[in-house]
Write a protein that binds this ligand. Structure first.
Ligand code: UDP
Length: 468
């Protein structure tokens, strides 16, 4: 009987960081059944119901170990999810170490794979004689920024957001400093220091698994593979996405039944990920813009907040529909559906009535849209989403990016204009065609194309390391 290779993985807290790394593990064991994966799950407060339900569905060769949750009261009152994630991992390090020790006392570990936000844990790989890998849950363009961050830090003076010329990362579309990820926007802050620390750690691993695919980012991927004569072993294994989940069965059915009644390719799906929020002012403008456009829409609405990532690690309890402008639901009932907080996104995007997606450009949403060939309106809110928007609009040309006014608001006329352009215009048609091409490439990459080959190379390397 073939010997088993043991792998341990550590996701970072939050449902959207948990799912892709586990979906990667599922792919690994499906294609290479001689692997066994243990997923060590840190969490801030008790894990959300969605994570617990998902973990119950895993096959027998993926074990999960839930670490003692970090008590929210132990952490400072920070609203930035990146800070909370970083602190949760730091405080979970002793329990991660304990689990690794116990695992290795039973069987040797071949590889230790950690999400990029759990980078501090990677140092344990050496102690337990395992190979060390990062799982990078975002684009090659963002990885390129991390890889070049130290050099940029030395060469660029002042704030990135004040630069008047774009920065050209190797193989990537040029990007203005103002579109760099949030942690880089204040170079004197602690968050920027964490970012640089994480960036430096990236080159110390034995390899990086990245959730993208060669055909989507050929320039960035090739440039990373050539960086300092192959210093980084990069494995583009994506697109790895969830197969569909729903928190509220009734609401899910309602969305899909409503979509069944709409004409093909006619509906714009509007959603800001698992936790993105808008201000009350912006909710009003978006509502009026949707109405003004005359287009059909399915809007996943959250209660307003002045912090764009307010609901990321903690959902609001209020009914969001009460925050819509008065009479909006009645006036738009023939054209639109508004659902509170959550929709079955993967099923929605695969429905043939959906013709566009207004998205905050989270990487999972981006890949899910690519896999369904749905063109985008980009509305980045936080983290690295602005850079994703640049790649999608200027690089791949599969998205339109509405303009924010000087108060940071997208006005109703602008919303209506980009909606009409995407759903009805010639420009939108070209974007849909390019998205359909990407959809085919994604399917090929996962069939027996580039991503499956990258996974096989990785598995062979792991097998030869453990001598099996
Ligand atoms: N999602 C969903 N329904 C919703 C909102 C989000 O199923 O109403 C899922 C979506 O399919 C994706 C994830 O939540 O898999 C969002 O991840 P992304 O990286 O796009 O954004 P984040 O939530 O991390 O900001």
């Amino acid at each position: 009987m073939a010997k088993t290779n043991h792998i341990a993985i550590v996701p970072s807290p939050g449902y959207t960081h948990l799912v892709p790394i586990i979906e990667f593990s599922k792919r690994l064991i499906k294609h290479h059944p001689n692997f066994h994966v243990t997923c060590i799950v840190p969490s801030l407060g008790p894990p959300p119901e969605s994570s617990k339900a998902y973990l119950k569905t895993l096959p027998s060769n993926i074990d999960t170990i839930l670490l003692p949750p970090i008590n929210k009261e132990q952490l400072p009152q920070a609203v930035n999810p990146a800070v909370l994630i970083h602190l949760t991992i730091t405080l979970s390090l002793p329990s991660i170490h304990e689990v690794l020790k116990s695992l290795c006392s039973k069987a040797p570990l071949t590889a230790f794979v950690v999400d990029v936000f759990a980078f501090q844990a990677l140092e344990y790989a050496k102690e337990f004689n395992a190979l060390s890998y990062f799982y990078f849950p975002s684009s090659a363009m963002i990885l390129s920024l991390l890889i070049h961050a130290s050099k940029l830090d030395e060469e660029v003076s002042g704030e990135y957001k004040d630069l008047t010329e774009p920065i050209k990362l190797p193989g990537c579309v040029p990007v203005m400093g103002v579109d760099f990820p949030d942690p880089t926007q204040d170079r004197s802050g602690e968050i920027y220091k964490d970012f640089l620390e994480r960036a430096k750690a990236m080159v110390t691993a034995d390899g990086i698994l990245i959730n993208t695919f060669l055909e989507m980012e050929p320039g960035a991927i090739r440039a990373l593979q050539e960086f300092e004569n192959g210093k980084i072993r990069l494995y583009p294994v994506g697109p790895i996405t969830q197969k569909g989940s729903s928190n509220e069965a009734d609401e899910s059915d309602k969305c899909l039944r409503w979509l069944d009644k709409q004409p093909p390719c006619s509906v714009l799906y509007v959603s800001f990920g698992s936790g993105g929020t808008l201000s009350q002012h912006q909710i009003n403008e978006l509502a009026w813009g949707l109405e003004l456009s005359g287009q059909r829409f399915l809007w996943v609405l959250r209660a307003p907040s002045n912090s764009v990532s307010a609901a990321y690690l903690e959902a609001a309890k209020e009914d969001p529909l009460q925050f819509l402008p008065s009479g909006f639901l009645e006036r738009t009932k023939e054209k639109g559906l508004v659902v509170p907080s959550w929709a079955p996104q993967v099923q929605v995007l695969s429905h043939n009535s959906v013709g566009g997606f207004l998205t905050h450009c989270g990487w999972n949403s981006t890949l899910e849209s690519v896999q369904e060939g749905v063109p985008l309106i980009t509305w980045p809110l936080f983290a690295e989403q602005k850079m994703n928007a640049v790649m999608l609009t200027d690089g791949l040309k599969v998205a339109l990016r509405p303009k924010f006014n000087k108060y940071g608001i997208v006005e109703k006329e602008e919303i209506a204009k980009v909606m009409k352009c995407l759903m009805d215009g010639e420009e939108g048609k070209g974007m849909r065609e390019r998205m359909m091409n990407l959809k085919d490439s994604a399917a090929n990459a996962l069939n027996d194309g580039s991503s499956t080959q990258a996974l096989s190379q990785l598995a062979s390397h792991w097998e030869s390391f453990s001598g099996i």
